[in-house]
Design a protein around this ligand. Structure first.
Ligand code: PMP
Length: 406
């Protein structure tokens, strides 16, 4: 990886306490933003800003063009068939909630079933529990092995005549497990069941092609792929989106409104009520352009190398327990670990004092923590700008903290 890329991320040059430079290993929570993203957004605020759609004046049309060009950038990034299948949301969480709410309302009755997995983020659990409370649906949970892989033997038994949707993550934000979603989608489709893929942790790390996956819905967040906060995407096949009612009312989602009734706009606007975050969509498009300019395959190769190096170094630390698959082919750039009986919060806090940012806790996956019989972990997660020297700093930091506790 070209070291000059780090210069695109000014925050990486920050001194934290008296430590320089910052070692930022919390990328699964959010990535840092390159100048190109921030500058495109401030440029739009300074020079273009106007509300999008329906404006007859120059600035409104220019802002609309930028917003719709961003949608096209996302379409290309995911290789979706049509830009009408790309809905801007606030992030993965909102995308999943939208499906649970709207697909749930249109397609699910009391007693119908959704299948999720034991390694899901709360967004992909609680959205379905809300639907369960509203409509009496049932949630079935695919188990995982102790190493954190989905148990696929017996998956056929999870499909019943009442199964309406399978919703699962492509990459676990805790274990780093890369799930074989393409195979799982094929199995689900054999049972006539559509599939929602949570791509929050996959899109930043390797190429995603929704047509190749053949998924029915795909969700991801801008902020985890070098883009701004407050914007994400729901890809949905037109055939499903057409059959779903709107999510929220107001703004761009209408065609006509009267007190006796309202007609809804075409896709994707039917699902985009209110003023969209058109500045963030520009930022997201810039982020995806940035990823494309570095090359997603280059990013993937770099992060795989880094993950393998980190695993190798970390395994040499006495009393180190690393969660997730030992097979690195299916272990993405996320390493959750626990060192002896040092509490993850102590480890994270002390690493922070050494200028190393990691995440600690249950990582919004409490049911997974219960399955693993733990309260939480420390998690280091990598992005395109991380280096082997930063992995060395992490390892040295852990060893130092371990000595303090000895
Ligand atoms: N799913 C997974 C797998 C995640 O890692 C996250 C973020 N940690 C989410 C969903 C939720 O993403 P957001 O908070 O951006 O909506």
């Amino acid at each position: 990886m070209n070291c000059d890329l780090r210069n695109d991320f000014p925050i990486l040059g920050r001194k934290i306490y008296d430590k320089y430079p910052l070692v930022y290993l919390d990328n699964a929570a959010t990535t840092q933003k390159p100048r190109q993203v921030v500058e495109a957004m401030s440029d739009e605020y300074y020079n273009v800003n106007a509300n999008v759609h329906r404006g007859v004046h120059f600035l409104s049309q220019q802002a609309t063009d930028l917003h719709e060009a961003a949608r096209e950038t996302v379409r290309r990034f995911l290789n979706a068939r049509s830009a009408s299948e790309i809905i801007f949301t606030r992030g993965t969480t909102e995308s999943i909630n939208l499906v649970a709410s709207c697909f749930g309302q249109a397609m699910m009755k009391e007693g119908d079933e959704v299948i999720i997995t034991e390694m899901e983020h709360h967004s992909n659990i609680v959205s379905w529990q809300l639907l369960q409370a509203r409509q009496g649906i049932k949630i079935r949970v695919l188990p995982i092995t102790d190493e954190g892989e989905l148990v696929l033997e017996g998956i056929e038994d999870f499909f019943t005549p009442r199964t309406r949707l399978l919703s699962l993550t492509q990459v676990s934000n805790v274990l780093g497990t890369i799930n074989p979603v393409k195979d799982i989608i094929r199995i689900a489709h054999n049972h006539g069941v559509p599939v929602l893929v949570d791509g929050a942790q996959s899109t930043p790390h390797f190429r995603v092609d929704v047509r190749d996956l053949d998924c029915d819905f795909f969700a991801f967040s801008g902020h985890k792929i070098y883009g701004p906060t407050g914007i994400g995407v729901l890809y949905g096949r037109e055939e499903w989106l057409d059959r779903m009612p709107p999510y929220m009312g107001g703004g761009e989602m209408i065609k006509t409104v009267s007190f006796s009734g309202t007609t809804f706009n075409d896709l994707p606007y039917k699902f985009e009520a209110g003023t969209p975050d058109y500045i963030a969509s520009t930022g997201l498009a810039q982020a995806l352009d940035y990823v494309n300019s570095v090359g997603i395959e280059t990013i993937e190769a770099h992060e795989r190398d880094l993950t393998a190096y980190a695993m190798q170094c970390m395994m040499e630390i006495p009393d180190m327990k690393i969660f997730g698959p030992s097979n690195l082919d299916i272990h993405d750039a996320v390493i959750s670990f626990q060192v002896g009986n040092i509490h993850h919060l102590d480890m994270g806090t002390l690493l922070d004092r050494l200028g190393i940012a990691v995440r600690t806790g249950h990582h919004c996956a409490e049911p997974l923590m219960h399955r693993l019989g733990i309260e939480g972990t420390c998690r280091a997660s990598f992005a395109l700008y991380n280096t082997r020297e930063e992995v060395d700093a992490l390892v040295e930091g852990i060893l130092r903290i371990q000595k303090m506790f000895a």
